[in-house]
Design a protein around this ligand. Structure first.
Ligand SMILES: [Zn+2]
Length: 114
């Protein structure tokens, strides 16, 4: 049910945007989904496709880009890719890290049909 509520909010946001900016047909919605966001892309797409039937977005498709996890080490001040959910710095083994990306879910772009 998690994905359904996310699909619903994407749906509402895009419809609002469409109205505000007076957009014609939206062909594609580009999403950025962090690999640790907990969102299942297939499930999200399924929910979206169910919601869009007989609406203004009936022909709109989702394009999803999965954003890999990236951490930042506060000790040696560098970015690194997080693999296998090991949350420490690969250079200095410090646990003082921050997750820079990989948790997000956002609308990256809307593609409009001419
Ligand atoms: Zn480090």
């Amino acid at each position: 049910m998690h994905e359904l509520s996310i699909a619903q909010s994407i749906f509402e946001n895009v419809l609002k945007e469409k109205k505000t900016r007076n957009l014609s047909n939206i062909e594609k919605i580009g999403l950025r989904i962090g690999s640790l966001s907990g969102i299942l892309p297939d499930s999200l797409e399924f929910s979206f496709n169910a919601l869009k039937i007989d609406t203004e977005l009936a022909d709109t498709i989702l394009e999803m880009e999965i954003i890999p996890l990236q951490g930042y080490c506060k000790k040696c001040e560098q970015n690194f890719a997080v693999h296998d959910y090991t949350f420490f710095c690969p250079s200095c083994q410090s646990g003082q890290i921050e997750i820079e990306q990989g948790m997000e879910m956002e609308i990256a772009f809307l593609e409009i049909k001419d």
